[in-house]
Design a protein around this ligand. Sequence first.
Ligand code: CMP
Length: 137
Amino acid sequence: MVEATLAIIKPDAIKAKNAGKIIDRIEKEGFEIIAIKKLHLTKNQAEAFYAIHKGKPFFNELVEFMTSGPIIVMALKKENAIKEWRDLMGATNPAEAAENTIRKLYGTNKGINATHGSDAPETAKVEIDFFFPDLQK
Ligand code: CMP
């Protein structure tokens, strides 16, 4: 099924100038970028986006990191886009990610890991709406 997912290039990858390489890889792997923008999340926005993780021990660290610099958010379209993008990113912890995945290539640790991707169809819809409210109407 052709579906959409939300991808984020996180502040570490932007700072390290890896954004272009990641976008190139996304296109080479056959995703269509249906929306894209660069922005700097406020604390309130980051807390809202990651509300599902509120109360977890890494929540404050996550919000601090995600507001530490600009991010690039994209809505990606492909057959099985949600799984395909998660496979291309690799495991959350770059040390456990498969060779040649984005997190293996560009991630640093479990928190500082270059990219984010939606984990299910319901979250993809909510996350795309969060950044691109006009896209799915
Ligand atoms: P992401 O896909 O953006 O969604 C939630 C994020 O929480 C996840 O990527 C990780 O980068 C981050 N995360 C998960 N576990 C930890 C942890 N133990 N320490 C710091 N960050 C974490």
